[in-house]
Write a protein of this length. Sequence first.
Length: 128
Amino acid sequence: MNVGAGAAATPSFWQVGLALVVVLALLVMVLRLLQRFQNGAKPAGAVRVLAVRRLGPRRDLQFLQVGDLVHTLYRHDGAMVVLGTQPAATWDSCRTRLGEPAAGSGLGPRLQALVAAAGGRSRRRPAA
């Protein structure tokens, strides 16, 4: 009596391992393909936060630069409203006219100049 003639043969350890490697490789390829579709093509430009003005709790006015445009956004309670869009050159000239530092200059050089004018690195009181 031949018991194993009608039954399917069990795969070997190497066959199971090879099948597992093939399935994992296919999974990695599909995930990379989905990631490429999710991110889209190459982004047109990175978003840079130029300024944030706090208007109250969970409310602020943001100025974001995307490429050559500056977008003005109002954020409140989980919602955003685009208030306007202008070229980046207009934004820089408006900031200079208002007496604010130009984009990229920051407050660091001003503070360093004030500390140097005050006569030293710091004016901390000695520990008591």
